[in-house]
Every structure is written in C-alpha cells, then in structure tokens.
Write a protein that binds this ligand. Sequence first.
Ligand SMILES: NC(=O)c1ccc[n+]([C@@H]2O[C@H](COP(=O)([O-])OP(=O)(O)OC[C@H]3O[C@@H](n4cnc5c(N)ncnc54)[C@H](OP(=O)(O)O)[C@@H]3O)[C@@H](O)[C@H]2O)c1
Length: 510
Amino acid sequence: MKTMLDSMDAARIIGYFKGKNILITGSTGFLGKILVEKILRVQPDVNKMYLLVRGIDAPSAKQRVQQEVIGTELLGLLREKHGNGFQRFIEEKVVALAGDIKYDNLGLEVSRLEELAKEIDIIVNIAATTNFYERYDVSLDVNVMGVKHLCQFAKQCAKLKMLMHVSTAYVSGDREGMLLEKPIMPGESLREGAFLDVDAELRLVRNVKKELNATNDAHKTELNASDSLEAHQTERKAMKELGLQRARHFGWSNTYVFTKAMGEVLLGQLRGDIPVVIMRPSIITSVRADPLPGWMQGTRTIDTLIIGYAKQNLSCFLADLDLVMDVIPGDMVVNAMMAAMVAHSEERGTQVVYHSTSSLRNPATYNVLYESGRRHFTENPRVGKNGEVIPTSEMYFFNTIARFHLYMILTYKLPLEILHLVNLLLCGIFSRLYNDLNRKYKFVMHLVDVYGPFAFFKGCFDDMNLERLRLTMTMKTQEDQMFNFDPKTIDWDDYFYRIHIPGVLKYLCK
Ligand SMILES: NC(=O)c1ccc[n+]([C@@H]2O[C@H](COP(=O)([O-])OP(=O)(O)OC[C@H]3O[C@@H](n4cnc5c(N)ncnc54)[C@H](OP(=O)(O)O)[C@@H]3O)[C@@H](O)[C@H]2O)c1
C-alpha cells in the first residue's frame, strides 16, 4: 500500500459520513446490520442510506428492512436514543430498494438507477451467498456477477467517493504460512499451472445447464410435475457438485471462497479509477463492545461447537486445540470498514486490500474457546426440561482428519456394512433403516469434507495494511474507543466467556 494516511480519530470518521448518500447491499445479513446501525447511531446527519434488499416490489423491500433490520434488537440503543422520534428518523434516513445484485441494473428500474447515480457518494457491497456448498451458478451470480454489476453502477455515479467491497480472508485459500493483503491477479489460482479464467467458468456453467436442460427436454412429452421436480433436483445437485469440483480444481476448498476470490479479480479488472477498498475479515464473531455485546446472527463453524456443547448432543468435534482459529468480532470489522472508507475516500485509481483478522496480532487457539466454554458451563450449568442439572461432560477432539475417518469407519461404517449384508440376506426388510443411516453417514462425511479444511487451517493472515491504518488512529477519548479495531485489545478468554458464548446461547440457541 503506497498511499500516505493522515491521522484519524472519531471526530474525523463521524464527520465524514455527514450529508453522505450511501448504498449498502447485504443489510439484512449479520455484518450489514452492524454497519447500518453504527452509521445511523454515530452520524444522525447522514443524508440517506439506501438499503438494497431482495423483494418482489418496493413495499416488500420496505417491510423486509423494517422487520429484519430496523426492528431487530441490535437497534435497541438507537431506538432508545431517538425515543418517540425513532420511526420518523428512520423514515427520513433509510430508503429500501427492491433489487438483486445478480442483475445488470441491480434489479432496479433504469430511471431509478440513473437518479441514484447522481446521488450516491459511497457504495458498500456486503451482499454475498456465504454457503460453502452453494450451487455454482448461484454463487457466480451473486459473488462474482454481483460485484461486476455494482462496479458498473459505481462507474456511473458522478460523485462516488468510495466503493467498499467486503470479501473474506480465506480467498487466500487454506495455505500455510503468512498470507498477505495483496490483490488476486487475473488468471491467478492456488494450483500451479491452473489458469483461472472467470469468463470460461461462466461459460462452463451455461453449457452444463444447457446440457441438463436438453436431457430434460428430450423427455418432455412425458414430463409431469414429479419429473420436473426431479429435473430441478438433478440440476441443483449437479450445480453444487460442479462448484466444489471447480473450486478444488483451482486449489480452493469450497465454492464460497472460490467465487469470492473471482469477485475480487473482476473488481480489480473493472474498477477503472474508482477508489476501491477490499475488506477481508476472517471468521466474524459476535459484537464485542457496541451497540449490543454478544449480538450475532447465523451460526459459524465455531459456534456449532458451543451449541453442541451446550446441548450436550455433540460428544466429539473436529479441531486441533493447539491451532489458531482466526476470529474477529463484528463491530471491529465495521469499525475498520468505516476508518478505511474515510482514509481512502476519493483516492482515484487506488485499490487497497485490508485483512480484518487476528491471527498475527493476537492469536486465539481453539483451546481458549474450549476452556472458556468449559468454565462457562461449569459455572452456569444447564438445566433440563424437568429442572434437573445437566452435567457438563468432556468433549473429544480429533486433531487430524485421518483419525476422524478411522473413528467413523470403526463406529459407523463397519456396522452399516454388516446391516447391509443382513438386509440382503433377509430380502430387504431393513432397507429403510439402512438407507436412512447410510444417508446420515454420507451427510456427516460430506460436512467434514466441506468444513474440515477450516478446522485445520494453518495459515496466518498478515495485516500490515490494517496495522498502518490503526497506527493513524488516536485513541484519546471515549469516542475514539468506539472505533477500536485493534485485535490486540481483546482478551479472548474474557470475550468468549463473558460475551460470545452467552451471545451464542441467547441469539442462536433460542
Ligand atoms: N460472517 C462471517 O464470518 C464472514 C467472514 C468473512 C467474510 N464475510 C463476508 O461478509 C459479508 C457479510 O457476511 P454475513 O455473515 O453478514 O452474511 P449473511 O448474514 O449471510 O448475509 C448475506 C447478505 O447478502 C444478501 N444477499 C445475498 N444474495 C443477494 C443478492 N443476490 N442480492 C442482494 N443481496 C443479496 C442477503 O440478503 P437476503 O436476506 O435476501 O438473503 C444478506 O443480506 C459477505 O460478503 C461475506 O462474504 C463474512
């Protein structure tokens, strides 16, 4: 990063958003809500906040924003601050747009798009499909073409000062060693000799779908409702498998991170001279400080461990307790985004990549999470339906995939094979049971295949660029602390014990 950064404090960040028109995608999601709340709270004089959400029309988009963003617990502090004037304040500042980033014009009327292009100062693209095993066509539409469409729109915006794109640190793949904050170049992939051509991937999907449709059309005369459902399911499965297969061909572990990487490539190619910041968080965890410690939405992989432990329905887990899980609280990601938008506003031609991560500056191991969980549940034992105390038992951790596979073969696969044999001998009386158990077995193995690489991730995210930005921050006043994005200030044990675990139990384990 070559740009010189001026000193930064809360007043500068807050002042920057005054009078601005901001277009935000992904506001109904976890991170998007935290950003919307923060800007509205710290800068009530923001001009307009346009929230592009999927909906069939304007009223349904408005209703979604009202229910899924404005009406949530996360906005409690803001609601309190404005009292009776809250709804008026929201009506004045927040505009819901019914759209979809997978379309050329973002799913908006051309005239509306033209009006917006005159007004918008800042675009924040948070929208994504975050499913690791998403259909390839859907992932490409949202995580790749969505970025392209926003970039095309950004270029039409007469007074645009910033395009902030949220990506993921895992676009670097599950490599070992130091992973840098550097852009991904066109053609670059994680597998030596494999040239990644985004257009070729788009063509491939179109062709595979065409072939699948042709096969269905061949049977069309007899195609009834159940056949068409089957055709849909076949396409769905084929698209999901194609995503995983292409991701792995180029060295990424799943469709999500692979398509996020392609989104970055396209942004780099198309951005022209618009100022671009790419923020790459690692695993985003609950809000640590404000507005609502512990608040979160959507279960991350590490939270399945907490939920399973809480419910005592998970006796083992796939993780090496000594490995670092790179996590970062959602409010810190948002603070970093806001500071970065201010720092690079109107820097024409600039593209800066930031890692909002913790593994380099303040690594947290799985063991810290496990121990704080054990402490939490020992001190606050769970109570069953009949008022009985549920004892907290130890959890077993498989620290290699090979060990897990061996365990699964001995405990489940062998008995399943025996059941299969018995079933054959008894003319199929156990067919249903066998098919059911076999399906469950395959499902677990599939989960491990998709999520396993994250559990044994050995990389470390360098965050030199973000550290430079941090060093410009004066942290003198209480207000300055509201924009803290320094992971070194986190006491992980305290955060997990006091904030994150209670947050998971309150917001995810309802
Ligand atoms: N959560 C993490 O741990 C994490 C870590 C690293 C990076 N990130 C990145 O951070 C961003 C936010 O993640 P998140 O956890 O907040 O995700 P999330 O909760 O799944 O939210 C995704 C958002 O994107 C919207 N969206 C999806 N497809 C869309 C489309 N075609 N058009 C318009 N909007 C669409 C969703 O809208 P609907 O409500 O209509 O579905 C939702 O608002 C993503 O870009 C993700 O890649 C997340």
